[in-house]
Design a protein around this ligand. Structure first.
Ligand SMILES: Cc1cc2nc3c(=O)[nH]c(=O)nc-3n(C[C@H](O)[C@H](O)[C@H](O)COP(=O)(O)O)c2cc1C
Length: 200
C-alpha cells in the first residue's frame, strides 16, 4: 500500500544528533512551524496552542535556563551526564517551546460548563497534535528534532526572559537542527495486541 500521508509521517523520528546548519532560511523554518500549528485541530477550534520559536543564541539561552534549574536538583556526580545531554540539544539550530494558553481553557470551561472537565484534556491533546505536525513538517524539510519535557523547571525563567503571558503553560520542548546521524530501526509490537477489527 502506498499512501501520501503515510509516506509523509514516516521520516519523523527522534533525532538527538543535531547540528547548526539548516536546509532552509530561518524565516522559512518559522513559516513552516507556524503553518503546521495553525493547521492542527483544537477542540471547538479554540486554537489554544502557542509556540515560542528560538534560533541560535536564543535557543542556547533556553538550554542554559534548564541547566541552571537542573544544577540545583541533580546530584553533583550525575550532573556532567545531564549537562552533556542539554548541550546536545543546544548543539542544534533552534528550539520550539510548545505552550497551551490556560486563559483559553478557562474561557471554554465558563462558556460550556457541561464539558468543563474535558477542556484541559482536550488542550493537552491539541498540543500533542501540534507537536506531531511540527515534528513531521520539520522531518519532511530534512530537519531533525526530538521531543523533550523539562517543564515545569524552566517555566518561570523562560516566561521572564521572553516576556510571555502568565496564562501560557509550557508543555513540551522540541530542539531541532541538521540531522547529524541516521536513525536506528524502529520496532513495533504485534498488531494483534493493538488493534481489534470487526468487519460487518
Ligand atoms: C507524548 C510523548 C512524550 C515524549 N517524551 C520524550 C522525552 O521527554 N524525551 C525524549 O527524548 N523523547 C520523548 N518522546 C519521544 C519518544 O521516546 C519517541 O517518539 C519514541 O521512542 C519513538 O521513537 P521515534 O520518535 O524515533 O519514532 C516522547 C514522545 C511522545 C509521543
Amino acid at each position: 500500500m502506498s499512501n501520501a500521508f503515510i509516506n509523509t509521517i514516516k521520516p519523523r523520528r527522534s533525532q538527538y544528533a543535531l547540528g547548526k546548519e539548516l536546509p532552509l532560511a530561518q524565516q522559512e523554518v518559522t513559516a513552516l512551524i507556524q503553518e503546521a500549528i495553525k493547521l492542527s485541530p483544537s477542540s471547538f477550534n479554540s486554537q489554544s496552542s502557542r509556540a515560542v520559536i528560538l534560533f541560535g543564541a536564543e535557543s542556547d539561552k533556553f538550554w542554559n535556563i534548564v541547566k541552571d534549574a537542573l544544577r540545583k536538583i541533580v546530584p553533583a556526580d550525575a550532573f556532567e551526564t545531564t549537562s552533556k545531554k542539554l548541550d546536545s540539544f543546544a548543539a542544534g539550530a533552534g528550539t520550539v517551546l510548545f505552550y497551551e494558553d490556560q486563559d483559553v481553557v478557562k474561557g471554554l470551561q465558563e462558556q460550556f460548563p457541561l464539558y468543563a472537565e474535558n477542556f484541559p484534556v482536550w488542550s493537552e491533546q491539541a498540543s500533542g497534535m501540534a507537536q506531531f505536525s511540527v515534528w513531521t513538517a520539520l522531518a519532511n524539510a530534512d530537519i531533525g528534532a526530538s521531543l523533550q519535557h523539562y517543564n515545569p523547571l524552566p517555566d518561570a525563567a523562560a516566561a521572564a526572559e521572553w516576556n510571555l503571558p502568565a496564562s501560557w503553560k509550557l508543555r513540551a520542548q522540541m530542539p531541532f537542527g541538521a540531522n547529524k546521524a541516521g536513525f536506528g530501526e524502529k520496532t513495533f509490537i504485534d498488531d494483534e495486541q493493538r488493534f481489534r477489527v470487526f468487519a460487518g
